[in-house]
Write a protein that binds this ligand. Sequence first.
Ligand code: 13P
Length: 288
Amino acid sequence: MTRLVNAREIIQKAYEGKYAIPHININNLEWAKAVLITAQEKNSPVILGATGGAIKWMGGLQTVSGMVNGLMEDLNITVPVVLHIDHGSYELCKQALNKGFTSVMYDGSHEPFATNLEKSKELAQLTAAKNISLEVEVGTIGGEEDGIVGDGEVAKPKEIAQLAALNPAMIAAGIGNIHGPYPESWTSLAFEAIEDISKAAGRGLVLHGGSGIPVEQVQKAILMGVSKINVNTELQQSNAAAIKEFVISGKIDQGKNFDPRKLLAGGFEAMKATVASKMDEFGSTNKA
Ligand code: 13P
């Protein structure tokens, strides 16, 4: 029996309560476990996102949902947890419908808008029939993630309104955001556009590229309707920094520190600290 929930209700509550649900990308068992334990400790709802590339790395859709469901049971996780496809193709979203995922993102932002709308419409019907929540996207997110490269085109409110008419649980919009580290030349999210986009959406907006945005900008965006914020790079960086320190300091050569449970322990704790700070910044702490 899965304890996972879909995202619709927690996103709606966040939208009304003016906070955001952290979507944390998972890459392996340690990632998933660190996020779940922290969500329980912080009493925060959370969305575990997996891209097609990460799913392939971990073994496949069933491995990922089996692992997350197992962790929920074994660790007695009682806060709301969503298992979500991140930047899914139309085919991946369809496959995930029968594999234990409770939410999918269809990323049709690189298609002509008519195709994006048509496929989003089909997936809106398929997901609704299975009580699975849907995220759609229009406007592109700058930078590169899992081979998907975007030029950072800001979403058009008219297109947002057409997608909103399909009644997805949430809409991702290009709003001056970038995947991966923000370049020095980047200054700000496109706040003048967010206002119109948010009005057209009338529901929770999703901010991708949530790593490295100044906290004041994140919180301003939340007040304007952002209800889900995706974070991947910052966990990758905190995990890598802790492992790097363990290796460079020479600790790796002491005793039995080649044991993966010792080698990876610092990264695990660092990821937990990063997730906890995001929950505080996004206002989702104690909102379970
Ligand atoms: P970052 O890697 O920039 O945090 O972005 C994550 C993301 O948007 C996943 O969809």
